[in-house]
Design a protein around this ligand. Structure first.
Ligand code: NAP
Length: 250
């Protein structure tokens, strides 16, 4: 299916690995001009850029900044807009999971997880809606989580950040719908990436058991949903939370 993304300027946070890498590939394969970001894994990010330019007929670049820093978020968007002449698609994918029981959860960890998973996306959206408004076209996709929808023992802070993105996204959808900017959430289930690599075999088997489709998801499963929401095919979808979780939660 042609998603008509040729020439669209995209910013994907956390494109150095995992789901973000798959999103960068998917959007680039549809002809989008892709800028992916990293926080510390510069080599991995540069590798993804090389893979993309060698495989697809489009442009790609990697930039490094910490999404916890709102001024870095703003200057990344401003620089990109200056270089490319606009910004059409923002995918807020970068995120961290810090798991602990509530009674043991440290304030410093609470600050880190909220700054990364909520403050970063907020700052990026605030900068991105300007060029999108000017272009009268914009797509914002925020990566939520099945945990934000259903809660989970030991993941209260992570669940709170992801549920916050649902509320943020619906508000953006209302505030910017008249400017032809859509904003949606893709909420992955249990996906095979570095984030889930440390889960014990026993826990993994238990979680897979609770998935009607009987397996973990792949980063590409998530990237397909994100790419669709970034396209003109999804022009009448906004403020939606799309579960991509094999039926783990419905
Ligand atoms: P991952 O493999 O751990 O990769 C995280 C990415 O985010 C990396 O590119 C990392 O950059 C970047 N990043 C982390 N902290 C950052 C910061 N402070 N500033 C800038 N970039 C930062 O994660 P993933 O599994 O692909 O997850 C991607 C998104 O999907 C996250 O929002 C996650 O919460 C969500 N999600 C994942 C799952 C799952 O099962 N995997 C399930 C539900 C939701 P570096 O490489 O430079 O460190």
């Amino acid at each position: 299916m042609d998603l008509e993304l040729k020439g669209r300027v995209c910013l994907i946070t956390g494109g150095s690995r995992g789901i973000g890498r798959a999103i960068a590939h998917q959007l680039a394969s549809e002809g989008a001009d892709v800028t992916l970001t990293y926080s510390s894994n510069r080599d991995a990010a540069e590798r993804v850029v090389r893979e993309i330019v060698e495989t697809y007929d489009t442009q790609a670049q990697a930039i490094g900044f910490d999404v916890k820093d709102p001024s870095a978020c703003k200057s990344a968007v401003d620089t990109l807009v200056k270089d490319k002449g606009g910004l059409h698609i923002l995918v807020n994918n970068a995120g961290v999971a810090i798991d602990n029981l509530i009674m043991r959860f440290k304030d410093t960890d609470l600050e880190t997880i909220f700054r990364t998973n909520v403050f970063g996306p907020f700052a990026l959206v605030r900068a991105a809606v300007r060029p999108m408004t000017k272009a009268r076209w914009g797509r914002i996709v925020n990566l939520g989580s099945v945990v934000g929808e259903m809660g989970n023992t030991g993941q209260s802070a992570y669940a709170a950040t992801k549920a916050a993105l649902d509320g943020l996204s619906k508000s953006i959808a209302k505030e910017f719908g008249s400017r032809n900017i859509t904003c949606n959430v893709v909420a992955p289930g249990f996906i095979s990436t570095d984030m889930t690599a440390d889960i014990s075999e026993e826990m993994r088997a238990k979680m897979v058991d609770a998935i009607p489709l009987g397996d973990m998801g792949t980063p590409e499963d998530i990237a397909n949903a994100v790419a669709f929401l970034c396209s003109n095919r999804a022009k009448y979808i906004t403020g939606h939370v799309l579960n991509v979780n094999g039926g783990m939660y419905m």
